[in-house]
Ligand binder design. Structure first.
Ligand code: PMP
Length: 354
């Protein structure tokens, strides 16, 4: 606490990112990174960025990247905006669309950055409980306030179908419905195709998960032209150059290498299937995941250990997963899907717990 902090800063409870411990024998399954590096084509594009390009400011509008994203999804370039990770896009969207008197509805168990942005921006928080199966209860969302929902949800990994997104957009037709598709590449259905009929729908995606570029910080928003223009008004009142030259080059190369993208995503999905089976065999309850992580509870494990004990034991052995000591989450672990070798190590450490 400092006398120089404004009352707003004094009140903030900032988001705490997962631990970025590094070292030879660390197995990092705690921040939902892709276990496979980006393809050679992307690394080549990064090394081809020369001194002259770095001397200059980047294209403030990321025109080439936006053109490639628009083409990929059958949209116009003015229906696409990019930012410094989807975290930045979310913050800009919250400022642009949710800072009115109506507040923001979002799942009570969800991405824990949402309430942090609300407090920073001064948005009334309206968390909506999940049902007993950790599923999003669509009927609980009112039509008279903004809505932000991750699809699939985090940390549960459970997806909602496209018809549900369409229904929400129709119900809250005077408000923005933001679908946060950070984990969309691992099996759920994107709502991008609903944009043409729903001027209030904003879809947010990231290059951090399916495209293995968390270190580059590249996020994307897709929506109707007016929504994107609104986002750009906020962006250009905050930071003209959110994406640096290297990130733009990497993202363009990533979009051009569909085969590598598909192959790494398929491998993660295959490992997820095996991981679920192995967890269930050991007495874990596992929620149905469409993401690159699973949410699992040790309801009937041999050691009788609870989630927190398992989290601590794994951490001491250099295997990092995510645990929240909060009432609704305290019996659960979120485990990112690693390589097959990493998952073998995870299970061997788990099995060594007595
Ligand atoms: N949304 C959700 C649901 C997430 O879990 C994350 C990753 N922590 C993000 C958005 C942000 O991803 P990034 O800023 O890396 O694009």
């Amino acid at each position: 606490m400092s006398q120089f902090w404004t009352p707003l800063v004094q009140r903030l409870t900032p988001y705490i990112p997962g631990e970025q411990r590094s070292g030879e024998n660390i197995v990092k399954l705690n921040t939902n990174e892709n276990p496979y590096p980006p393809p050679r084509s992307v690394l080549a594009a990064i090394s081809n960025v020369n001194g002259d390009a770095l001397r200059r400011y980047p294209d403030p509008e990321s025109k080439d990247l936006r053109a490639s994203l628009a083409q990929y999804h059958g949209l116009k370039a003015n229906q696409v905006m990019v930012g410094n990770g989807s975290d930045e896009i979310l913050a800009l969207a919250f400022m642009a669309f949710f800072s009115d008197d109506a507040g923001l509805q979002y799942p009570q168990i969800s991405y824990s950055f949402y309430p942090v942005y609300c407090d920073l921006i001064g948005i009334q928080k309206k968390p909506i409980p999940l049902d007993a199966n950790f599923e999003i209860e669509l009927s609980s969302y009112a039509g008279d306030a903004g809505i932000a929902i991750p699809n699939p949800n985090a940390p549960t990994g459970i997806a909602i179908p496209l018809e549900s997104v369409a229904k929400l957009c129709a119900k809250a037709s005077d408000k923005v419905v933001l679908i946060d598709e950070a984990y969309i590449d691992f099996g759920a259905q994107s709502a991008i195709e609903l944009i043409k009929n729903n001027p209030n729908l904003l879809v947010v995606q990231t290059f951090s998960k399916g495209r293995s570029l968390a270190g580059m910080r590249i996020g994307v928003a897709y929506g109707n032209e007016q929504l994107i223009e609104g986002l750009n008004r906020v962006k250009n009142s905050f930071n003209s150059y959110p994406l640096d030259v290297v990130a733009q080059a990497a993202a363009i190369a990533s979009m051009a290498d569909e085969a590598s993208f598909q192959s790494s995503v398929s491998q993660v999905i295959a490992t997820r299937t095996q991981t679920v089976t192995s967890l269930e065999q050991r007495g874990f309850k596992v929620l149905p995941s469409s993401a690159n992580f699973v949410f699992a509870s040790p309801v009937n494990v041999k050691s009788k250990a609870g989630a927190e004990d398992i989290f601590n034991f794994l951490s001491q052995q250099g295997v990092l997963v995510r645990y929240w000591n909060k009432s609704l989450l305290k019996d659960w672990l979120r485990i990112s899907i690693g390589t097959n070798t990493e998952m073998d190590r995870f299970f061997s450490v788990l099995d060594s717990m007595t």
